[in-house]
Design a protein around this ligand. Structure first.
Ligand code: ZN
Length: 183
């Protein structure tokens, strides 16, 4: 029996829920059907919802779809490759085509590099936040008081210069994060 590509996708969707795929690839959901989204950084309170019809949607990054979309995102592979992968991993026997191992390992490498880059960026962002918090505290602690006359503490002066620049850098990082979510 030869299965067309769209039939294949429909049959996979009918047989494999996103929840089953998520469990299989190591992302067990919480009891309320939510899981921490693997597709955006810092999802501390799970915002990816698994639906009873087998689909999913992340309220954090807006991604969603079927189990096939989930596997595409997870491994950074194409739609046809995700179908073949689910067919093979869940022993569905819908097609005898097998996933392209080379494409898969390249996709994995790319996904890992992206993950490392994200982790580095998050570290930078945390360091910046801490610096911002530090200078904010300094600014408050050394702010001129009514009895000081014209005297301005040099630390206060430095804080006033540093803070807008740090806020600007944090803004840039927020933009970068936002543009990544949209893609
Ligand atoms: Zn997400």
């Amino acid at each position: 029996m030869k299965t067309s590509r769209s039939d294949l996708a429909a049959q996979i969707k009918a047989q494999v829920t996103t929840e089953a795929a998520a469990r299989f690839y190591g992302y067990p959901p919480a009891r309320n059907g939510f899981l921490r989204c693997p597709f955006h950084q810092g999802d501390r309170t799970p915002s990816l919802k698994l639906f009873p019809d087998g689909g999913w949607h992340c309220f954090g990054c807006g991604k969603g779809g079927s189990a096939i979309d989930f596997v595409m995102e997870l491994f950074g592979i194409t739609f046809p490759q995700a179908c073949l992968r689910l067919n093979a991993d869940f022993h569905l026997g819908l097609t005898s085509d097998t996933p392209d191992r080379k494409a898969l390992s390249e996709a994995r490498k790319k996904a890992q590099e992206a993950e490392e880059r994200l982790a580095r960026e998050e570290e930078e962002e945390l360091a910046l936040l801490q610096e911002h918090r530090y200078w904010w505290a300094v600014k408050l602690a050394f702010a001129p008081e009514p009895g000081d006359g014209d005297y301005i503490h040099p630390l206060y002066e430095t804080a006033v210069k540093e803070l807008p620049w740090l806020a600007y850098l944090l803004d840039c990082m927020a933009d970068r994060r936002w543009s990544r979510w949209k893609n």
